[in-house]
Design a protein around this ligand. Structure first.
Ligand SMILES: NC(=O)c1ccc[n+]([C@@H]2O[C@H](COP(=O)([O-])OP(=O)(O)OC[C@H]3O[C@@H](n4cnc5c(N)ncnc54)[C@H](O)[C@@H]3O)[C@@H](O)[C@H]2O)c1
Length: 316
């Protein structure tokens, strides 16, 4: 107890993340903020009223914030800040279509986080993910290990779900891994994927694995096309909450995350989806997962693709 976590943005992603964090019952306070007056306060009241039923003590505090930083005093002392503010995709949109509009939002949020919660570890989820993570680090000026993005936990969970469905086995029998970036440059790592300890390649033909990889890569768009009014939030919020938990508990859990890579895999100077050991100060270290030559080549290619885009965000 004694820990405080803030979720910026009380939309679908932010409100479900706040709910999951509160239900963990490991935080004193979950602060939920938004620019829409009354929305975070209303959701916080609703979440607090579920405490006697769900049996948790964590208090949720809802705060409306202004563009000049009004209301941000409420995040003071936060150990972790999760940034979900920004527009989600509509059917037919790519994550990159959100770049300019979300960069303005995320920059403004990040500057206020730096001012009011200068010691926080920041988990970014706003899209396009890799670029918004890089932008948040620049705008906060925080050490790179204290800023990370959420994508890999979600992509990995989607891949695991699809494999389990295909084979009719429990999800707990399946272990998968995706690295690289969130989107077209996602790098599946079949050599690390197993079903009840057996290599995935031994239990599924190559063309079926490829089909599931493609479905995973398009996993967000598939949900967007069905919902028509927004993007996924149950699995995404579970992913961000799980990262926050590892940070809050200083657990050292090894989790796929968008983290600053500086020399690992022969790649330097870029935010990229890799396995990272998470603790109270953020990324303790990037784990150099053993990769085949082909997987390593794909990861390096993904790094170059995102490097160019991340350099551009400084100008936004
Ligand atoms: N990283 C991932 O894996 C992943 C997965 C799903 C969604 N996302 C992204 O997460 C973001 C949020 O998605 P959502 O479904 O919650 O959208 P949403 O539209 O339901 O909610 C976004 C919220 O952000 C708020 N907001 C806008 N500007 C703000 C500001 N300056 N400060 C505080 N709040 C502000 C809006 O008022 C709104 O309530 C989107 O960019 C989406 O693309 C990422």
């Amino acid at each position: 107890m004694g820990k405080k976590v803030t979720v910026v943005g009380a939309g679908f992603y932010g409100s479900t993340t706040a709910q999951r964090l509160a239900e963990y019952d490991i935080f004193d306070t979950v602060v939920l903020t938004d620019i829409i007056e009354g929305k975070p306060e209303g959701l916080a009241l609703d979440l607090n009223q579920s405490r006697p039923i769900e049996g948790y003590e964590t208090k949720v505090v809802g705060v409306t914030t202004g563009s000049g930083g009004e209301g941000y005093e409420a995040i003071e002392g936060s150990h972790i800040v999760i940034i979900t503010a920004g527009l989600p995709r509509k059917p037919g949109m790519s994550r990159m279509d959100l770049l300019e509009v979300n960069a303005k939002i995320v920059r403004q949020v990040a500057e206020n986080v730096a001012k009011f919660a200068p010691q926080a570890v920041v988990v970014v989820v706003s899209n396009p993910l890799d670029e918004m993570t890089a932008l948040t680090q620049m705008a906060t000026g925080f050490p790179r290990e204290r800023v990370m993005g959420q994508a890999g936990v979600l992509d990995t969970a989607r891949f695991t779900h699809f494999v389990a469905e295909e084979l009719g086995v429990p999800v707990r029998s399946v272990k998968t891994l995706t690295l690289g970036s969130h989107g077209d440059t996602m790098v599946p790592v079949p050599s690390q994927c197993t079903v009840d300890g057996r290599p995935l390649a031994d239990v599924l033909p190559a063309d079926r694995i490829e089909a599931l990889v493609t479905r995973t890569r398009n996993g967000g768009a598939e949900v967007v096309a069905l919902l028509k009014t927004g993007s996924a939030y149950y699995a995404p919020s579970a992913a961000a909450a799980r990262m926050a938990r590892a940070i809050a508990e200083d657990s050292g859990a090894v989790i796929p995350a968008c983290a600053w890579v500086d020399g690992e895999f022969g790649i330097s100077g870029v935010y990229l989806g890799v396995e990272a050991e998470l603790g109270a100060r953020g990324v303790r270290r990037v784990v150099e997962t053993p990769l085949t030559e082909a997987e390593l080549a794909d990861l390096r290619q993904a790094a170059e693709a995102v490097r160019a885009k991340q350099a551009d965000v400084a100008a936004l």
